[in-house]
Design a protein around this ligand. Sequence first.
Ligand code: ADP
Length: 373
Amino acid sequence: MMNDWPLLVGLVVVVLTSIFWMRGREQRLSHQFQRQLKAERQSSNQSEQRLQAFLLALQASPNGLVILDSERRIEWCNQTAARLLGLDASRDIAQHIAHLVRTPQFLEYLSQEHFENELRFDNKALQLHPYGLGRALLLVRDVTDVERAEQMRRDFVANVSHEIRTPLTVLSGFIETLQTLELSTDEQKHYLQLMATQSQRLGALVADLLTLSKLDAQAKPLLERVDMQSLLLQCEREARALVVTLKREMTITFDVAPGADMLGSTSELQSAFSNLITNAVRYTPDGGTVHVQWRQDVLTVTDTGLGIASEHLPRLTERFYRVDKSRIRELGETAGTGLGLAIVKHVAQRHGAELEIESSIGVGSTFRLIFGK
Ligand code: ADP
């Protein structure tokens, strides 16, 4: 029995050593495992952060983006796409896009094999870009402004064509008359005068169109010191000459503050001021008054003319907008082109000025250009 002790002690020592060694190993392994787990967690956090950053960038895109799987089911879409296509960015995930956007043009577009062209409907432009294994990125843009600009351009071209065609038709009618009829010298003179009027109208139209296109093309007006005394003196001469042509009696007064010059483009300001002043003369009947005043940074043109009903005021500066189209014939060669106030507005904007209009029917109008407001 006594002889068994060393064996027993040896056994106990071996067992205890093994237990401690295993514990130590377990601890070492557990530390190693935890380190590894931590590293994996960190890397997965970083991936998640990167993914979130990408999604935020895609959210910030001004275009709508929809990611579609190979079955054309929604995997993800940004808020812009959701708004434009009427989707719910969280609820509609995994839904088939064709079940949610049901416009016939879109369904037809989706069934195509190639997507080189974009589809336009309801003020939206949309294009599918296939990638990867049958997946696709659907891009959507709001084209309301583009459509509006295109409509304005179409209207403008139609208006210009109409404005050119009218005097041209009249001119060719008179040419035919002169060619086919035996006319007295006086009759011939009469017709030639009418033809001259029409060709002047065409010339004025082309000149105003060129002015507008120059204003559109140049980014900023050339700034120079504008001599307002001489600029307004030229406007005054033009206004008095127009009164003679119109064969009207009218009181015209100019009150120009001396030394109140300004920085701007002389040619643009000349064009704007002249349009306002000649309008005041043209739309003021016999016996009326036109008063022009220049004070530092403010031009005021007041007339005792026909006046304008308030419903027309917001549209007055649109190209070719006229209150009364029948006046074109009445005014003959002195009729405006319908572009005058559009030019004034353009020049005002380019000089950081504001155009104010006050008017009442039968009493008269005041047009005010306020610079440096
Ligand atoms: P227009 O060449 O026909 O004069 P504008 O753009 O200069 O074109 O003016 C637009 C319209 O505004 C005119 O057709 C006219 O009906 C109205 N208008 C402009 N100025 C006056 C004014 N001083 N008095 C009354 N009506 C005016």
